[in-house]
Every structure is written in structure tokens, then in C-alpha cells.
Design a protein around this ligand. Structure first.
Ligand code: GLU
Ligand code: ZN
Length: 319
């Protein structure tokens, strides 16, 4: 990270103070991959004197549970990223120094407002295609992403239950600056076609909710895993339609891998949760040391590191 042009950040952000966020989805317990992500978010914020907001991305109501949200707060507090457990904070009177935590499940009215605006501008249409139908029509069976072929663009379907809502995408390359990966160019029309903003089951999609939230909260520094790099241009496309002119800089960080070194750690693979590790007596410093080792920034997995040491190492890796 020594080569990252943080010195130019202010100009890239049009002199606005850096504001970033940590935005976990409460679909399971946190694991080491989340610690890696949180370390990047908080250490970068610290390095650029920015602020971190916490957002609970519970747009997928079928998979998100309150118990996991509470677990996230608890783990972040235990690790030292936040200095107070929001559960405690929220049960007391909210004071201005304790900004309310954004939850996507509480943003229905705002998402509807944005949808209505896009609908009235004829930028959104209803679609009744199943994934299977799109796949069968597709010429891109070997591509990593399914590309929607625009089948329903001109069918003028009504937005009824069991129909998704898609954004009309013009083919155009979108450029953005990533402080880790360098300048990037992506064309959503070629990557995925008209993408869903609301699923057929009525849930808002990740891309839609995250873009409206980032825009509304004034987030201008997005630090997240490199598995989301491919989705960035479609979020910027949407952000432009929200008429948010403020520039955003990204930092897509490397992911830590599972024990085979092949795949990223994920809840689906039953990555051991922090809860279990805590239960087994590991300290925050031990876990932070382990994560830093997996990121290649600690000489040994058994060398504990404090949060401050880890933040320092992430910004100035030891030679
Ligand atoms: N909620 C997403 C996740 O937990 C992160 C989204 C983002 O940072 O844009 O993977
Ligand atoms: Zn369709």
C-alpha cells in the first residue's frame, strides 16, 4: 500500500472529507474474512483521517437474521473496531455523537421513492423471466455472469408480484479509480445487461440498495473485498442516475483464502466463526495476528498483533 496515491485522495474526492463504511450482511456469523475487511476499512480511514459508518445490509430478508446482526456488533466491539456496542447505544437515547446505524430493512420508503423516480423516467421495466429461462436463451453459457438479453425491455409488463424490476442499461464504458487495483474500466451492458434492482420475490437487490445507501450517506471512499470489483461500474451507473455528482474512490482489497489457499473464505463453506474461536479462548490480538498472517503482513500466524499494530502494518507493510 505504500504505492497507493493517498496523497492525491483529497483532489480525487474534490476536497470532501473521506467517508467510508463497513457494511456486513447479517446472513451468518463473522469469520476471519470479515476481520480482514474491517482491518482494511478502519486502517484506511485512519490513514486518511476519514470516518467509518456502520451499515447493516439486510436487504435479503430471507437470509438475514437479527441474531447475526447482534453477533456482528458484539464481535466488532470485542475486536476493538467500535468503542461501544450499538445495541447498548440504541437502547439509550440517541445523541448526535452516536449516529444511528443504517439498516437496509428500514429503508423501504426511500427505495420506493427512488424506484418511482426511475420508473417515471422510463428507466426501469418489469421482467418475468426466470434465471433458467435467461440461461437457456443465453449465448454466454460459459461466461462467469449471466447476461440478461433485454427480453422484457419492450413488453411493457406491469410491475406485479413475481416480476422483477430491471434497469435499462446503455452500453458505455465506465472508468473509476481503485487505489489498490489502479484505473478500471467496465461496461455493465457487456458484463450483465439490464440488471435487477428488485428481485422477483420483492427483495431489493444488493446493487440497488448499496448504491442508494452509499449515495444518501455521502460515502466517497468504498473499501471492500475484490470479489465485488466487477459490480462497481453498475453501481456507478446507477449512482449517476441518482444525480449524485460527488466523486467516489474505491479500494478493493485482497481476500484471505480457505485452508486450501484456493477459494475465498465464506459463510457457505462453513468458515469457522469468530464466535467459535472466541469460545475456544482466542483473544482479539491472536485473531488479528492470524488474519494479518493470511494477508501476508505478519511474519507468523502465532504472533499476536494489536489493532493499532495491524493498522500500521496495513498502511506501511514491513519490508
Ligand atoms: N454487504 C456486502 C457483504 O457483506 C458488502 C457490500 C459492499 O461493501 O459493497 O459482502
Ligand atoms: Zn425478462
Amino acid at each position: 500500500m505504500t504505492q497507493t496515491p493517498w496523497q492525491n485522495l483529497s483532489a480525487l474526492l474534490a476536497n470532501r472529507p473521506p467517508l467510508t463504511r463497513f457494511a456486513p450482511s447479517p446472513t451468518g456469523h463473522l469469520h476471519l474474512g470479515h476481520i480482514a475487511s474491517a482491518l482494511y476499512v478502519w486502517s484506511i480511514a485512519k490513514a486518511v483521517q476519514g470516518e467509518v459508518l456502520l451499515r447493516i445490509e439486510d436487504h435479503d430478508r430471507g437470509r438475514c437474521h437479527k441474531i447475526f446482526e447482534e453477533g456482528i456488533f458484539d464481535d466488532l466491539y470485542w475486536l476493538g473496531f467500535i468503542h461501544e456496542d450499538p445495541k447498548v447505544r440504541e437502547s439509550a437515547d440517541s445523541s448526535p455523537s452516536h449516529p444511528h446505524i443504517m439498516r437496509q430493512s428500514e429503508r423501504e420508503d426511500r427505495y420506493r421513492e427512488v424506484l418511482n423516480d426511475l420508473w417515471n423516467r422510463s428507466l426501469v421495466y418489469a421482467c418475468d423471466c426466470s434465471r433458467k429461462a435467461i440461461f437457456e436463451r443465453s449465448d454466454w453459457k460459459n461466461s462467469t455472469e449471466l447476461i440478461y438479453d433485454g427480453h422484457c425491455r419492450h413488453r411493457q409488463l406491469k410491475p406485479e408480484p413475481n416480476r422483477g424490476l430491471r434497469l435499462k442499461i446503455d452500453s458505455k464504458p465506465i472508468r473509476f479509480f481503485d487505489a489498490k487495483q489502479g484505473w478500471q474500466e467496465q461496461n455493465p451492458a457487456e458484463q450483465c445487461g439490464d440488471f435487477l434492482i428488485r428481485e422477483r420475490n420483492g427483495y431489493w437487490t444488493y446493487n440497488f440498495a448499496v448504491t442508494v445507501d452509499d449515495s444518501d450517506q455521502g460515502i466517497n471512499l468504498i473499501v471492500r473485498g475484490e470479489d465485488l470489483l466487477h459490480a462497481t461500474a453498475r453501481q456507478l451507473y446507477l449512482r449517476e442516475l441518482l444525480k449524485n455528482p460527488n466523486p467516489v474512490v474505491f479500494f478493493h482489497h485482497p481476500l484471505i483464502k480457505d485452508s486450501t489457499g484456493e477459494k475465498k473464505l465464506s459463510k457457505i463453506d462453513q468458515a469457522e466463526s469468530l464466535k467459535t474461536m472466541r469460545w475456544n479462548g482466542k483473544s482479539p490480538q491472536t485473531l488479528i495476528g492470524e488474519v494479518m498472517f493470511l494477508l501476508g503482513l505478519n511474519a507468523s500466524a502465532d504472533r499476536p498483533l494489536t489493532l493499532d499494530e495491524a493498522c500500521h502494518n496495513l498502511i506501511i507493510p514491513s519490508p
